[in-house]
Design a protein around this ligand. Structure first.
Ligand code: SF4
Length: 154
């Protein structure tokens, strides 16, 4: 409840239906973009927890697994979560400053749109400098998420 990284568009760009998935999340189609509409950001809860999709039921990040198998305390895992949230916040702020503030899109899509704008020559010199800093932070965030959250079979 204090994390939300697998629902808020930081770890994943979307939630996909699997065979036999009857979750109400897919009433409009087989793929729902993140941040997930069922994610309650204020509480960190899932509004359809009992009926959540198969992929949500199956996904266990490295932090959860480490706590479950005793390799890490919950407090240590939460510190890792906080660092990921901090880096995510830095990226969100950077994207917002460059005009890509649409919180309904996953972080990766917003960053891709920002990169396209730069390649298309639609950015000032100052914005290109800010983008260079943002690229470094996104790289750090991606490395951190890969090391600490994505499970090999997740
Ligand atoms: S359905 Fe629930 S568990 Fe799955 S991504 Fe959405 S908020 Fe998270």
């Amino acid at each position: 409840m204090q994390c939300g990284l697998c629902c808020n568009g930081a770890l994943f760009a979307d939630v996909r239906r699997e065979n036999g998935d009857k979750s109400p999340l897919f009433s409009a189609g087989p793929r729902v973009a993140q941040p997930c509409p069922a994610f309650l950001a204020d509480s960190g809860a899932c509004a359809i927890y009992d009926d959540r999709p198969s992929r949500c039921r199956k996904f266990e990040c490295k932090q959860l697994r480490a706590v479950q198998n005793g390799a890490k305390t919950a407090e240590a895992a939460l510190r890792t979560v906080r660092e990921a949230q901090r880096l995510t916040g830095v990226v969100e702020n950077g994207l917002s400053r460059l005009g890509f503030a649409d919180a309904h899109l996953p972080l990766s899509r917003r960053f891709e749109a920002c990169q396209r704008a730069a390649k298309g020559g639609r950015m000032s010199r100052n914005d290109l400098d800010a983008l260079a800093d943002l690229q470094l932070t996104v790289h750090r965030l991606n490395l951190f998420l890969a090391k600490e959250f994505y499970a090999p079979d997740g």
